[in-house]
Design a protein around this ligand. Structure first.
Ligand SMILES: O=C(O)CCC(=O)C(=O)O
Ligand SMILES: [Fe+2]
Length: 309
């Protein structure tokens, strides 16, 4: 598809709306009124969980309970003392911004399979650390569901980790568009490292959008679709979107943790009974990829909805 008019739904690299210096939002990037960012969005009440002592038998039950409550009541939480050092977090974010600041011809070089280049190495350090953290958090989550801490450990260890590095350039009319449309994550668990605010979640209680703060050193954790399936709906995946601003480029690094490509996720048998019949069909990561290759999640298609019985 060409990028010379404004009617196309995607612009090729080097010809994005930002790179062409548009002072307005092209028609195809405008979002429906109900999804647009309000100017006076309330701040979310964020469960902030201190993971320090998660292996200490005296403190672990408290942390497990806090995580379970946050998953059930909010679908997300933030963690501190998560064990990933500030230099590793900063390194990953600065690598992201270095990458997006490269001239196009250099940027495309990094899109090669050259695993020796420094961009990938620095990101690799964060990727390894965040995978370990995801397993640690999932162990607390399955414990909170009464399934025990090792219920998913080996499957998640051997599972898929997708690292999405997002760059949201300033937008001349941020109120008309979005960085990402409303969606829930296709993962068990997602861990988001963000350098500035922009993320909003749909509040479980009052169904309004709430802004999530971005604090240094703090990581945001989302309940993903496959955790909703595993928990048989006890923990619902959180719907979220990303708003834009007119001043500053925003970066986020999103780590999505799932089971292996062809490993099916289903509701835990222990959580299915007469009062709680199985609410979900089983599915794998490949089933999701097949779904998104045929459906546009930007248009509101939800894989999770296709799994509900
Ligand atoms: O940029 C963010 O804060 C979140 C991005 C996100 O939701 C995603 O990549 O799935
Ligand atoms: Fe997301």
């Amino acid at each position: 598809m060409g990028g010379n008019d404004e009617s196309c739904s995607s612009f090729p690299i080097g010809q994005t709306a930002q790179e062409r210096g548009f002072s307005h939002v092209p028609e195809c990037y405008k979002v429906q009124l109900s999804d647009r960012a309000g100017l006076d969005t309330e701040l979310a009440d964020v469960p902030l969980i201190n993971l320090d002592g998660i292996c200490d038998p005296a403190r672990r039950p408290i942390i497990v309970e806090e995580i379970g409550n946050a998953c059930r009541c909010n679908g997300f939480f933030q963690v501190v003392n998560h064990g990933i050092s500030q230099p590793i977090l900063d390194g990953a974010l600065s690598t992201a911004s270095d990458f997006f600041n490269l001239p196009i011809q250099d940027k495309t070089k990094f899109m090669s399979n050259d695993v020796h280049n420094p961009v990938r190495q620095k990101m690799g350090e964060y990727a390894v650390a965040v995978q370990k953290l995801a397993v640690k958090i999932m162990e607390a989550i399955t414990e909170s569901l009464g399934l025990g801490p090792t219920y998913l450990t080996s499957k998640l260890d051997d599972g898929m980790q997708v690292l999405a590095v997002n760059c949201y350039p300033p937008c001349p009319q941020p109120e008309l568009s979005l960085g990402l449309p409303p969606h829930s994550d296709y993962s068990c668990l997602t861990i988001v490292l963000q350098d500035s605010p922009g993320l909003q979640i749909l509040d479980f209680e009052d169904k309004t959008w709430k802004a999530v703060p971005a604090m240094q050193g703090v990581l945001q954790v989302h309940v993903g679709d496959h955790l909703e399936v595993l928990s048989n709906g006890k923990y619902e995946s959180v719907v979220h979107k990303v708003t834009l601003n007119s001043e500053k480029t925003r970066f986020s690094i999103v780590s999505l943790h799932s089971l292996g490509m062809d490993v099916k996720m289903e509701a835990a048998k222990e959580l299915v009974d007469e009062d709680h019949p199985n609410g979900y069909r089983e599915s794998s990561f490949r089933d999701f990829l097949n779904f998104i290759s045929k459906n546009d999640i930007g248009e509101g298609s939800s894989f999770l909805n296709t799994l509900k019985i």
